[in-house]
Write a protein that binds this ligand. Structure first.
Ligand SMILES: Cc1cc2nc3c(=O)[nH]c(=O)nc-3n(C[C@H](O)[C@H](O)[C@H](O)COP(=O)(O)O)c2cc1C
Length: 148
């Protein structure tokens, strides 16, 4: 049975809300998942599939709640041995070059850890939608075959 880890980076709660909706959609599909907003390396290693949902803060930066965890991943480099992963970035294209910077950093890091991307980075633009959960849930449902 797969045990999907949903790792959330969120400052104001948008990505957290999206993650809760994704968990509900996975449950509807008969899949077991857990949302982590203060994860440990153990949580990361124990998940059989990995989904990151992260907003971007500052100038292309990782939200504070994930900052130390991401630094731990960079320091410890726990290799993923082809573990499936997907990353959704919430951002705002009015920030220009730093648009979805955190999502991009996470996608690059998981690739360096030798994870297996089951989709391209999904970029969700706050300029385009007020309901990021609709876009992300539709995207996750299209990936269920890789997450089962
Ligand atoms: C202070 C601040 C800085 C931000 N910096 C960026 C940025 O550099 N790039 C980007 O794409 N979005 C940026 N955003 C937009 C947020 O990522 C976006 O509003 C997101 O939906 C927030 O989700 P959250 O509530 O989960 O943190 C910024 C927002 C704020 C308030």
């Amino acid at each position: 049975m797969s045990n999907i880890g949903i790792f959330v980076g969120s400052v104001y709660g948008n990505a957290q809300h999206v993650a809760e909706e994704v968990k509900a959609a996975l449950t509807d599909s008969g899949l077991v998942s857990e949302v982590y907003n203060d994860p440990s390396i153990d949580d990361f290693q124990n998940a059989s599939k990995v989904i990151f949902i992260s907003s971007t803060t500052g100038m292309g930066d990782i939200p504070p709640n994930l900052e130390f965890f991401i630094q731990d991943l960079r320091d410890q480099m726990p290799l993923m041995a082809n573990k499936p992963f997907a990353v959704a970035g919430l951002g705002d294209s009015s920030y220009g070059d730093t648009y979805c910077g955190a999502g991009n950093q996470i996608f690059t890091l998981l690739t360096e850890l030798q994870g297996n991307p089951i989709a391209d980075l999904l970029e969700v633009d706050a300029c385009e939608t007020l309901e990021p959960e609709l876009e992300v849930v539709t995207w996750v449902k299209s990936l269920v075959k890789y997450l089962a």
